[in-house]
Design a protein around this ligand. Structure first.
Ligand code: ARG
Length: 426
């Protein structure tokens, strides 16, 4: 009987990531200190419950400690992806995803993507737009321990103007979508966008996401044109601030980027066509650039095969290359960079693939790791809690086999994942 109970406990532990032992020592062969930008050797990390108590080269091991030997690994803080859509996955059926799926379909599968994301070493994500408040339900279920996944900071619905990237375009005007008020995220004019921000906050949004410019994977005509006026952007950002939320602007176009930065957004997402003036403004305002520089690769190689509308593929061809070149210019100018992939555009769990592209376009390996740890935590506003391996922070810790400073692609194969002191992959 006891054996059966023990086995059951083990199975439960494996399913939920729960560990019984609450004091843990991790022995780290190498440890990436993202705050100083140094790689330390032979470190020990003392963890109690969900928090890091001490990091040092020698710690006397408490008698009840569970020892995790990662002396052959490089240990680093849990990674943070500042731009995911954890509820969606490219199914290959563009119109099917739009017309034949409800928020309930999305809710049924979202936990699968959450688990994949966590197992890829991403212990935290900022999820920037989901239908039907599924992101909030998922976040809460993860926090309650019902579902396995990363810590989620969620935006709820994407706020956009009529005819914008956030709207459904190119269809018969007689088609009507009967969503409950607020659920479409479509809002026009200063009063309406303020009301939409309030709707999002009321329903649990940690961050506000809006469309400052047109987009790629949507059927409106352009890709870079502004889609809100300066007054509307100012209203969104100031309303968000009033409720203690930061705003993230989807912006490809140069003009829209500048307008969003002037409005005071915390981050520009994509930033594809940013110009010299925009780069300068971002530096002055301390605005983060969150640029999904891997996506072009996936979209151009897979979306055409998956039968996506030609219009969309053509838009991608227009921005992809420029986005990477402009990312490099921004990096070289010293714009703050946080890691964000737009996962959901490509399969979840592949979040680590972007490191390679960031280092090809201007960042050092350490810079790319900092973008995905300490900078990302700073952008989200959770630097006190996570983003580095330091006493007092949550035990969000991962490990890889080879030193990512020498081979950045090792971050595509994360071997060990601990979130809030609980081991999810070993
Ligand atoms: N969600 C973004 C959009 O539709 C994806 C852009 C992907 N392409 C790129 N080059 N980053 O606009």
């Amino acid at each position: 009987m006891r054996k059966i109970f023990g086995t059951l406990c083990l199975l439960v532990a494996m399913a939920t990531g729960y560990t019984q032992n609450t004091t843990t020592i991790i022995k780290a062969g190498k440890l990436i200190d993202v705050e100083t930008g140094k790689v330390l050797t032979n470190q020990m990390i003392l963890i109690r419950h969900d928090s890091i108590i001490q990091v040092a080269s020698n710690i006397s091991i408490p008698i009840d400690a569970n020892i995790i030997d990662l002396s052959k690994y490089t240990v680093l803080p849990g990674l943070i992806d500042c731009h995911t859509h954890i509820t969606s996955q490219p199914s290959g059926d563009y119109y099917g995803d739009i017309f034949r799926k409800s928020a309930v379909d999305v809710a049924i599968t979202a936990h699968v993507y959450a688990k994949k994301t966590l197992e890829a070493g991403f212990t935290t994500v900022r999820d920037l737009g989901a239908p039907g408040l599924v992101d909030i339900a998922l976040r809460n279920a993860i926090n309650n321990g019902d579902v396995v996944g990363p810590n989620i900071y969620a935006a709820t619905v994407f706020i956009g103007a009529t005819g914008s990237h956030g709207d459904l375009n190119g269809f018969s005007p007689y088609l009507e979508f009967n969503l409950p008020k607020g659920m479409s995220g479509i809002a026009n004019g200063v009063e309406a966008v303020r009301e939409q921000v309030r709707f999002n906050v009321k329903n649990g949004a940690d961050v506000i996401k809006f469309g400052a410019s047109a987009g790629v994977l949507s059927e409106e005509e352009s890709v870079g044109a502004p889609q809100y006026t300066q007054e509307e952007m100012n209203a969104i950002v100031s309303e968000a601030k009033m409720w203690g939320r930061k705003a993230a602007a989807h912006a490809h176009g140069a003009e829209a980027i500048k307008m969003a930065v002037k409005a005071g957004v915390a981050s520009v997402e994509h930033g594809s066509l940013v110009d010299a003036e925009g780069i300068q403004l971002m530096k002055e305002h301390g605005t983060y650039l969150v640029s999904d520089v891997y996506d072009d690769e996936y979209i151009l190689s897979e979306y055409a095969k998956l039968g996506y509308p030609e219009k969309i593929i053509n838009k991608e061809k227009m921005v992809g290359k420029l986005q990477r070149e402009n990312f490099q210019k921004a990096v070289e100018a010293g714009v703050k960079i946080a890691y964000g992939t737009d996962a959901g555009v490509y399969p979840h769990g592949w979040n680590g693939k972007q490191f390679k592209w960031m280092t090809r376009f201007g960042l050092s390996p350490m810079g790319a790791i900092q973008a995905a740890t300490i900078n990302a935590a700073d952008l989200i506003g959770i630097k006190e809690k996570t983003g580095s391996i330091k006493a007092g922070k949550k035990a969000d810790i991962i490990a890889v086999l080879s030193n990512p400073i020498e081979d950045i692609t090792s971050l595509e194969q994360v071997q060990f994942v601990m979130k809030n002191g609980i081991v999810y992959k070993k």
